[in-house]
Structures are given as structure tokens and as C-alpha cells.
Design a protein around this ligand. Structure first.
Ligand code: GLY
Length: 562
């Protein structure tokens, strides 16, 4: 068959750099080629090069994640954790859980003061906020499905760290905005702080990180969990109030989970099970929305948005009540996604009026706050392997603490636990018993790396960052394709909305239709306009086997082609 390759350069920015020029490619349509979509053009290029070298999607996702750890330090990481959902060319469905764990010295009241007030500064900033990182373990677990040696996959990341790369305007702005926090949370000098402000085109060279990556290249997974890198992490803990012990690192293990699989309108959806709430929320929202047949309405019309918001409200109330690490609290997945349960949940839906959140869940604190970070990679290779990975430090640059001598940021994932019932985390999510802090436990996540299959063929690979807005963004991306018959570009870039039970507001992105907002307000919905929600990376394969890859227009996200 004739191979077609045509790239649409919706935006192409070239920044002169020591390492390489940076070309942001927003959309590509191609046949019979491997494709990588990630948050950074250099990381997508690394993934694509690995595919060209004969690697498969698993090789590419390892190399892309490692490159993101260098070129996207605000969320790409080796000091955090993530989830992988994949299908192999033979049809094996995989879910890898390399979520961080609470250290052995953690306790349910570790962030409470003497009066019993929870201190979110401690769960969000500095060494006490850090969970035991899982990313390196996850990459070595992924290696079982890969073809190339780890030494090859980590090489591009070493080069990027050693030679440096030109930062974009967005990255310069982010680094400048965090300078005070970086100084506050680090005892030693870090490369992310310099005397003058960062500006677009400045080189970011990370020698310590390059050395860390070289040690991992030489010594493998053990280097991070038991070697010199582990020693440096423990030494960093001792510089302040950190509690991670050598044994915590040594004991860290990625867990292979059973992917959450369900049907939606003739499609098979494969997503992440607990300890991410993402897959369950996605199943609950899609199934409840299907009770009203969304396809009768226009995309982003008041009717469609109301149905989706009410599905979101009920699903997120369940998140707060029932969800946590299934190795520590009862796994209620089967009940939560069953038709009987959801039909019952939907009985209170009123097409004319907003359902008060107190009618669908037990409210303790009505005023949580908002924030969004994390990063996503979607990859399809020419062999038919499809990989969807979302990985995170939690907040922007995680705990904002860099491991001295090792050069990477540590996560602040402990804040994803329910640090006290009713106290919202940085995403405004509230939890209870199921997600309380316990030693060795994984904190509840919202990450939703997802695949959609039709007739056993991969149709969509999708995911996004965005904290608690992740499941609702993935929900909308899928509904845009399946119900509203939209193309990949529209499905990713159309203005989004988000509701999460509490706070009792609907967030709408800029350019969201004002007529819809007015109609919703008349039905008692409180609307809050915000600049943007998430950054979705989508690969869509159409009936003619043309692959449409779209990197979200909201950031520097970019497509790489084999
Ligand atoms: N740290 C964001 C999440 O896991 O959902």
C-alpha cells in the first residue's frame, strides 16, 4: 500500500539552541508510521527517533519519559510516579501502576498541628511532601515489553541534560515564577535558579541530572533504589524534615494491575484502575451520560453540557466517598460502574435544574481550591502496540525540592492523600477513610491514561495532565469523537468545562460559548471562567487507517513522527 505522510504544521517555532532546534508540531496525519505525542517537542522527537531505530511503542515511551524528565522539569520526572495503560500487537492489555507510596514513617495525622488543623504547606512543599518515587521502577517494568536495551533508551536524555537545550518562553516564565519557592525549599544551589531572570532561548544544562542518568544507564534500576542515587535522596531528606528511609526506596515495587475495561457505544474503553480514580470516573461519567443520549444534542450546547456536568457531579461524589488504594481499602469498582448502581444514581437528574451537590454526597468542606499539573504521552507504533502514559510530580515542580547532587525534583504526591477528612488537596479534591495516609499506601490519583478500541483495533490513545480535571477532559475528548463525530483536532482543542461535585461550580475555559453559560446560569449553575483546562494528547486512527495525531494547542506540546 502506498505510504502517505503529510504533516500539518499549525505552529512551528524554531529556537536556536546548542542541542538542537525546537520545532513544535501540532498535528500530523500519517499512515503506517509510528507516532509520539507529548508535552515537549524534544521529548516527542526522542520517542520518534527510538521508533526509527527499530524500537516499539514501549521503547519509545521509556525514552520519551526520560527525555521529559530533562526538558520538562515542571512535571516530567524521575522523582515522581505514573500509570501506563497499553495494548500489545498481540492484544495483551496492560496496566502498570508506578504510583508513589507513603514512606514507612508516614501517619494519618502527619500534617496536623497540635490543635488538629491540617497544614497543607507541609503536604505540598518541601521534603515532608515527598512520596517514594516510582517512575524509574515503572520504566524498568515497561522494559519487559520493549525491544531495545535501557542503555540506548536513556542515552538521548543524558545528551539533553549534558548539552542543554533552549527553553521556551513558557518555560522561562514558569521558572521565574517559582524562584522564591525554589530558594525556600532548597538548602543547596540548584540549576533552576540563576541571578537574572530566565528568558526564551536560554540554555538549561543539567550536569548533576546527566550524571544520575549515566549511573542509571550503567547500574540499572538498583542505582535509583539502592545505589548512589538512593543515598543522595536520603541525604536530601536529612537536610530538612524528610522522612523517606533507605528501606522505603529498596522496597518500592511497580504493580501490574488489571486494566479497567468497559463498553461504550460499540467501543471498548481501556483505562487505569485504582489507585487512580480516573478509569472509574470515566466509566461512571460515560455510562450515566449515555442514559440521555448525548448525540441528540450539539457539542457544548447547554443540554449536552448539563448532562455531562451532572454525570461528573455524581461520579466525583463517589470518588470522595469510596476510592483509595485497593491494597488498603475495599475496592468498590464493580459496584460503582454497574448499570444498576448508576441508573439509581441518575434518578435525581433534573434536565431543567442543577442538582445540589449535597443531594449526591456528604459535604464536609464546601470551599476547596484549584490547581493543575502532570504530563501525558500517547504513542502508537507500526506494529500495533499502543501506549498511553500519564506521569506526575503532582504540583508544578512537585515539592520544589531538588535532590542535591542528583539534579532532579522530588514529587509532592503526599498531598493527593486525604490529609484530613474534609480538607481539600491542591486540586480541591476531598477524600475520606479510603484515601487516608498509611505507611506503604499509594495515594489516590486522577490520572486517566486511556485507549479506545473498536472491533479490537486501536481507535483512540488519549490522556492529559490537569489534576482532578483529567478524567473530565478525557471524558469530553472521547464523547467529542464518539457522540459528536468530531475530528481529533477539534476534540482536543475545543473549549472544555469541568465540574467535580465540590466546589459547587462549573469551570469553563476561555472561548466557551456564552449562550451555553447563560442557559446554565438560568438552571442554577454557578460558572467560573478560567484560562485553560489540561493539555490533551490524542492519537486517533480512522476507518481508513489514517493516523491523526494532535498535540494540545494550549502549550508547547508536539507530535513526533517515526
Ligand atoms: N497528582 C495528580 C494525580 O495523580 O491525579
Amino acid at each position: 500500500m502506498k505510504k502517505i505522510l503529510y504533516a500539518i504544521f499549525l505552529m512551528s517555532i524554531t529556537v536556536s539552541a546548542q542541542y538542537t532546534d525546537i520545532n513544535i508540531i501540532k498535528e500530523v496525519k500519517v499512515k503506517n508510521k509510528g507516532i509520539v505525542v507529548s508535552a515537549h517537542p524534544l521529548a516527542s522527537e526522542v520517542g520518534a527517533k527510538i521508533l526509527k531505530q527499530g524500537g516499539n511503542a514501549f521503547d519509545a515511551v521509556i525514552a520519551t519519559q526520560l527525555a521529559l524528565a530533562v526538558v520538562y522539569p515542571q512535571a516530567g520526572n524521575i522523582g515522581g510516579g505514573g500509570f501506563l495503560v497499553a495494548t500489545t500487537s498481540e492484544g495483551k492489555k496492560i496496566a502498570l501502576d508506578y504510583r508513589e507510596t507513603a514512606p514507612s514513617k508516614a501517619s494519618f495525622d502527619m500534617y496536623w498541628d497540635k490543635q488538629g488543623n491540617a497544614n497543607t504547606d507541609l503536604s505540598q512543599n518541601g521534603r515532608l511532601a515527598v512520596g517514594v518515587p516510582g517512575s524509574i521502577s515503572g520504566m524498568f517494568e515497561t522494559l519487559k515489553y520493549a525491544k531495545l536495551p535501557f542503555e540506548t533508551l536513556i542515552k538521548p536524555a543524558i545528551d539533553l541534560a549534558e548539552k542543554g537545550f533552549a527553553i521556551t518562553e513558557q518555560e522561562a516564565g514558569l521558572l521565574n515564577s517559582q524562584k522564591a519557592d525554589f530558594l525556600k525549599n532548597n538548602k543547596n544551589k540548584i540549576v533552576f535558579v540563576k541571578d537574572q531572570d530566565w528568558k526564551a532561548g536560554d540554555l538549561l544544562i543539567q550536569k548533576d541530572l546527566a550524571e544520575t542518568l549515566k549511573r542509571i544507564q550503567k547500574n540499572g534500576e538498583k542505582e535509583f533504589y539502592q545505589g548512589r542515587t538512593a543515598e543522595l535522596i536520603i541525604a536530601e531528606m536529612k537536610l530538612g524534615n524528610g522522612i523517606i528511609q533507605a528501606q522505603d526506596l529498596k522496597n518500592y515495587k511497580t504493580k501490574e494491575r488489571k486494566p479497567l475495561i468497559f463498553d461504550y457505544k460499540g467501543h471498548q474503553i481501556i483505562s487505569m484502575p485504582l489507585p487512580s480514580s480516573g478509569g472509574i470516573l470515566l466509566a461512571e461519567m460515560l455510562k450515566m451520560a449515555s442514559f440521555q443520549d448525548l448525540s441528540k444534542y450539539q457539542q457544548n450546547s447547554a443540554e449536552a453540557v448539563q448532562i455531562m456536568v451532572e454525570a461528573e457531579r455524581r461520579a466525583y461524589a463517589d470518588r470522595a466517598e469510596y476510592m483509595g488504594d485497593p491494597d488498603f481499602s475495599e475496592d468498590k469498582t464493580e459496584m460503582l460502574i454497574s448499570d444498576d448502581y448508576l441508573k439509581n444514581r441518575w434518578k435525581s437528574y433534573n434536565p431543567k435544574l442543577a442538582t445540589p451537590s449535597k443531594d449526591v454526597g456528604n459535604i464536609i468542606n464546601p470551599n476547596p481550591k484549584e490547581s493543575t499539573e502532570t504530563t501525558h504521552v500517547s504513542i502508537l507504533d507500526k506494529f500495533g502496540n499502543a501506549v498511553s502514559v500519564t506521569t506526575t510530580l503532582n504540583g508544578l515542580y512537585g515539592s520544589k525540592t531538588v535532590v542535591s547532587g542528583a539534579g532532579f525534583f522530588l514529587n509532592n504526591e503526599m498531598d493527593d492523600f486525604s490529609i484530613k477528612p474534609g480538607v481539600p488537596n491542591m486540586f480541591g479534591a476531598i477524600g475520606g477513610e479510603a484515601n487516608k495516609i498509611e505507611p506503604g499506601k499509594r495515594m489516590l490519583s486522577s490520572m486517566t491514561p486511556t485507549l479506545v478500541l473498536k472491533d479490537n483495533q486501536v481507535k483512540i490513545i488519549v490522556g492529559t495532565p490537569g489534576g482532578t480535571t483529567i478524567p473530565t477532559s478525557v471524558f469530553q475528548a472521547i464523547v467529542n469523537v464518539i457522540d459528536f463525530k468530531q475530528n481529533a483536532n477539534f476534540s482536543v482543542n475545543t473549549p472544555k468545562f469541568h465540574h467535580q461535585w465540590l466546589p459547587e461550580v462549573v469551570l469553563t475555559e476561555k472561548n466557551f460559548p456564552e449562550t451555553t453559560i447563560k442557559a446554565l446560569e438560568q438552571m442554577n449553575y454557578k460558572i467560573q471562567r478560567i484560562p485553560q483546562i489540561g493539555r490533551t494528547e490524542m492519537i486517533l486512527v480512522d476507518e481508513n487507517k489514517t493516523i491523526h495525531a494532535v498535540a494540545d494547542g494550549r502549550g508547547d506540546d508536539s507530535v513526533g513522527v517515526e
